[in-house]
Each structure stands twice: as C-alpha cells, then as structure tokens.
Design a protein around this ligand. Structure first.
Ligand code: ADP
Ligand code: MG
Length: 210
C-alpha cells in the first residue's frame, strides 16, 4: 500500500517542534527590513522544492550588516535562477555547539523508534547511531548516549563537557512527540546544537501521513 506523505519545510517543522523542545529563534521574511534578530545570523532558502538547503547553496552565515545585505540578495538571486518557489528567507539566530542528530521514525512493525547520533562523519561515514523504542526514560537516554562510539565527545574530548542532562531531557521530550502528533511518520533534527549550557535545534524536517 502506498501512503500519501507530506514533507514539511524547516520553517513549518520548527513551528510544530517549538511546542516541545528549544528551537533557534528565527523569522521567515521576504525583505531584509523585516529582520529584527541580531547578528550573527544564518540565512536559509525555505521552499517546498528544497529538502537539502546546502546542496543548492541555500545556507549562509552572516556576521556583519554588509554580509547580511550581500547574502540576502544572493539567496534571492539563487532562488530565481534555479526556479525555486520561495516560502521566504529564514533569518535564524546563530547557535554554537556540537552538532547532534535526533530523529524519530515510524516503523510498521515496532512502532515509533528514536535515534541519536553525532553530526558529521560520525553518522554519515561511521553510521554511529543508537536507537530505542519511544517513549524513553532517563536511563534509556543515558544508554543511548553511552552506546555511541563517539561518546567521548560528550564528556570533554574537545575540551568542553557538553550539557548531557539537558540532552537527556530533550531526548525524552522528543520520544513523547508521537503521542501528540499522531500523523507523524518521520522527524529529523539535523543538527541540534548542543553546548556546555543547553542547546537548540537549528534544522528540522517532518514527514506527515495524510
Ligand atoms: P540543510 O538543509 O542543508 O541540512 P541546515 O539548516 O542543516 O541545512 O544547515 C546546514 C549546516 O549549517 C548545518 O548542518 C550547520 O552546520 C549549519 N547551521 C545551520 N543553521 C545554523 C545555526 N542557526 N547556527 C549555527 N550553524 C547553523
Ligand atoms: Mg540540516
């Protein structure tokens, strides 16, 4: 049986996720003058046609007012040239931290499963992820962290201890999302920026059944 699916843009996915976990502050805008957030910012092309924004050079970090002007226009130009139908440009707060991948997938046999991984080569090359059935408790969250081969990253391998207590809370909250959002088939938070004191999601994708 083929299932009808709807893939939500980052902006729409984050509107839903804001109810559950910390998300970077952002505004979806059509012009620069609407932007109220302070620099540094990340600008992103938001469109139903674009799933991987960086593949179309649709993500730009801007640190100065001048870069903001240049990159904002560059993104609009890029969208026009590639015939991308724009929902808008997302101006998002820049968040420092270690990139963590958090996800949920609905398995037809096992129900909702959640995954945890580390950003970059850890997940993409080494397939270093841990999984649990939703919902999870604190000890499950701790086990998910400790099952990763790259776990030392959390405990200070790069001269900083990441906020594991906070990550565990976020993992637990995410594991309860399917109870509230019943039509969810997939959730990908890639990345969640985890730092020494908390963290925030800076990209998300949700697939709904309809
Ligand atoms: P894509 O659709 O290509 O996955 P992302 O929104 O994940 O686009 O952005 C690509 C990369 O840019 C992220 O993996 C992260 O490294 C960086 N990035 C995106 N948003 C932010 C942000 N708000 N703060 C800091 N870095 C960010
Ligand atoms: Mg991403």
């Amino acid at each position: 049986m083929r299932q009808e699916k709807e893939v939500l843009s980052e902006y729409r996915a984050e509107q839903i996720l804001r109810k559950y976990i910390p998300i970077a502050k952002s505004q979806l805008v059509k012009r620069i003058s609407e932007i109220k957030l302070k620099l540094p910012l990340v600008l992103k092309i938001i469109s139903p046609d674009v799933v991987h924004k960086s593949e179309v050079q649709g993500v730009r970090i801007v640190k100065t007012q001048e870069e903001l002007q240049v990159q904002f226009w560059a993104l609009l130009h890029r969208a026009r040239k590639e015939h991308i139908k724009l929902e808008g440009i997302l101006a998002q707060e820049f968040v420092k931290g270690q990139e963590v991948l958090l996800g949920i997938v609905k398995d037809m046999t096992f129900g909702y499963m959640m995954t945890l991984g580390l950003g970059g080569i850890f997940t993409e090359v080494l397939k270093d992820v841990s999984m649990r059935k939703c919902p999870i408790r604190e000890n499950d969250a701790q086990e998910m962290i400790d099952e990763l081969h790259g776990r030392e990253i959390f405990y200070g391998a790069r001269d900083r201890k990441l906020d594991i207590a906070f990550l565990k809370k976020v993992l637990m909250k995410i594991s309860h999302i399917p109870e509230k959002e019943k039509s969810i088939l997939e959730l990908d938070i890639n990345p969640f920026m985890l730092n020494e004191k908390g963290g925030k999601a800076v990209d998300a994708r949700i697939v709904l059944s309809r």
